[in-house]
Write a protein that binds this ligand. Structure first.
Ligand SMILES: [Zn+2]
Length: 378
């Protein structure tokens, strides 16, 4: 599969360079031509959205979840030329110093993960499969199936290091350490321990959190730094042995959201460990210049370009946060992914850069984490 992709990529790059040579100074491509080029890029790329809150909605479409809008389904992904997504089991933060609450968070997370796995493997096995490794990703792409990757948004259900082993066995590929508020692992991006029950260890990783990060990397579970405090990010980057990802975060230079966006220094620090920033599409976090309901693909692309200009295209991707508050005009469900590809092509992105953006960068980080973990007995 890798050889086939390399061959098609070479052909695509050849036709791109022919276009660049012959048409660089003549009229622009038509919208149809741009879309045709986007189509061929999506055929070659292994494209990932690294953060979707859809499992809750897909499993409980008539539930009481107010954010869910059905922005993703396997059919919508297929229409959008999107191969895979990290489907998150999300947990609200509760009181983590109460064992009963921790146990109930763990049990709920475990049940939701199992239900989601059953949903994919029993009801949708013809059209989708779960990837437990990067090798599975290439196999599922070859089979033409949507690639489902499991993840947990908020480390709240992690009571012990053994819980990490259990989540790893279930197939969890990243854990977002906290969700805005402090937990037993680290301080969150919105509320700090000043207002909460966090022990007096500063605003970063707790001593338990340090062990969690270490064990996650030994298992090959990627460390997700979206939603954590700046101090926690500094602490994480000090101790990691493999790259990290920010599964859905934007740029604070373009929209000063302390809770959801990264500073330029933080972006540089994540790139310095060869990590990747997957830009989110929550329109509240993308622009100050426009009312949120007018935020479209171009504003999203500004964040993507900002990261590319700062640290290079190898460190940027997309994590829409669909069914969790994400979506902009023109990219409001998984069937519309190619609109972003067209926007980036118009801004001068090459097919090679776009193939990296859509999945190559993420797969590099995932593989590096797998390689690091391979030295430990798991
Ligand atoms: Zn989130």
């Amino acid at each position: 599969m890798k050889k086939t992709i390399a061959l098609i990529s070479a052909l695509l790059l050849f036709s791109w360079s022919s276009y660049a040579q012959h048409c660089g100074k003549c009229q622009k491509l038509s919208d149809e031509q741009y879309m045709a080029l986007a189509d061929s890029i999506h055929q070659v790329a292994i494209s990932f959205d690294t953060h979707i809150d859809t499992p809750t909605y897909m499993m409980h479409p008539n539930g009481h979840y107010t954010v869910a809008k059905g922005q993703t389904s396997f059919e919508l992904m297929r229409q959008g030329g999107q191969d895979g997504a990290f489907f998150a089991i999300y947990l609200d933060q509760g009181p983590w110093q109460n064992q009963k609450s921790l146990d109930s968070a763990y049990n709920w997370c475990h049940e939701e993960l199992q239900s989601w796995k059953d949903y994919v493997t029993t009801r949708h096995s013809q059209e989708a499969g779960i990837a437990y490794s990067t090798d599975d990703v290439y196999r599922l792409k070859k089979e033409g199936k949507r690639i489902v990757v499991l993840c947990i948004e908020n480390g709240y259900p992690v009571r012990t290091l053994e819980d990490l082993d259990e989540f790893y066995k279930m197939g969890v590929k990243y854990i977002t350490l906290s969700h805005n508020t402090p937990n037993q692992i680290c301080d969150g991006s919105r509320y700090t321990n000043k207002y909460y029950w966090y022990p007096n260890t500063g605003h970063g990783l707790s001593p338990f959190g340090e062990k969690v990060v270490e064990r996650m990397q030994q298992l090959g579970i990627m460390v997700d730094v979206s939603h954590i405090s700046s101090e926690s990010l500094v602490d994480v980057l000090k101790i990691v042995k493999a790259p990290v990802l920010a599964s859905h975060s934007g740029c604070r230079a373009l929209k000063p959201s302390q809770t959801r966006n990264l500073t330029d220094d933080e972006i540089r620090a994540i790139a310095a460990v060869d990590g990747v920033i997957q830009v989110g599409t929550g329109r509240f976090f993308l622009s100050d210049d426009l009312p949120y309901y007018k935020v479209g693909v171009a504003i999203l692309a500004n964040h993507i370009d900002h990261i590319k200009n700062l640290v290079g295209y190898r460190h940027v991707g997309l994590g829409t946060d669909f069914d969790g508050g994400g979506g902009v005009i023109g990219l409001d469900n998984s069937s519309q992914m190619k609109n972003l590809t067209v926007e980036l092509l118009k801004r001068g992105w090459t097919p090679e850069e776009l193939i990296a953006f859509w999945g190559g960068n993420l797969l590099r980080v995932w593989k590096a984490c797998e390689d690091y973990a391979s030295q430990f007995k798991n």
